[in-house]
Design a binder for this molecule. Structure first.
Ligand code: HEC
Length: 209
């Protein structure tokens, strides 16, 4: 059975009148296929940096007392072939940036292949009295109240939490009311450190004091 629509004597795909131009047609078709195939080969090699993410590990110190003395330290990655730049500055071999004003920063890190990755950091503005209180809290109030610790319902990871708890910090860590903090069996703060908390409280107990 011939498929419906094919009349006898006319079942060739091409009419006789088309036959002289068929070689030209197939020649052109071949050219088109070749062009498409070759243009695929002309695509640039895949970018070696695509998806290149570094393990970036950084630390910072805040700007204290309006002195624009914040710092950023890139701890990882480091190496002879790695360079670093701050915002739109030039690349440098040092992983240490100093004299930073409070604000947002982007550090771009470049490896030997020219691949880059970035890390964003914010340098905060601390008053000098708050800065030393923050050091005391970081040094003596963990792990119970730091890195997610919530003993007694108090966590001191954020500056806002510390500032909001100024009166309880003074009561517990300076005046020992109702009992000493850091909690026993830890040692109490030294008188020098207690005085630093008192000085901050008397100055107004803000982040800017
Ligand atoms: C070894 C663990 C530990 C350390 C270190 C520690 N605390 Fe506590 N803290 C606790 C526990 C447990 C409670 C809940 C029991 C209580 O209130 O006595 C608490 C509760 C508190 C409270 C909330 C209760 C209140 O009285 O308002 C404050 C504020 C506080 N601590 C401040 C501090 C400060 C400031 C430091 C560091 C100078 C510190 N703590 C260090 C264990 C600790």
């Amino acid at each position: 059975m011939k498929p419906a629509g094919f009349k006898p004597g006319n079942d060739s795909l091409f009419k006789d009148s088309m036959k002289p131009i068929l070689p030209v047609f197939f020649h052109l078709l071949g050219l088109v296929i070749l062009t498409i195939a070759c243009s695929k080969n002309d695509n640039p090699a895949p970018d070696a940096c695509t998806g290149a993410n570094f393990n970036i590990n950084s630390t910072k110190t805040e700007s204290v007392g309006g002195a624009n003395n914040g710092t950023i330290t890139i701890l990882e990655p480091r190496g002879d072939t790695i360079s670093y730049k701050l915002n739109s500055g030039g690349y440098q071999s040092s992983w240490y940036f100093t004299n930073l004003a409070p604000g947002d920063y982007v550090v771009t890190i470049k490896n030997q292949k020219g691949c880059t990755d970035t890390v964003q950091l914010t340098i905060l503005s601390y008053g000098p009295k708050y800065a030393v209180v923050k050091e005391i809290i970081v040094g003596f109030c963990g792990p119970c109240h730091r890195n997610g610790g919530m003993d007694g319902g108090k966590n001191f990871d954020s500056d806002a939490n510390i500032v909001n708890s100024w009166d309880r910090i003074k009561a517990r860590a300076v005046d020992n009311i109702p009992s000493q903090m850091p909690a026993l069996p830890n040692s109490p703060l030294t008188n020098v450190d207690k005085q630093k908390i008192t000085d901050w409280v008397n100055a107004g107990h803000r982040q800017s004091d």
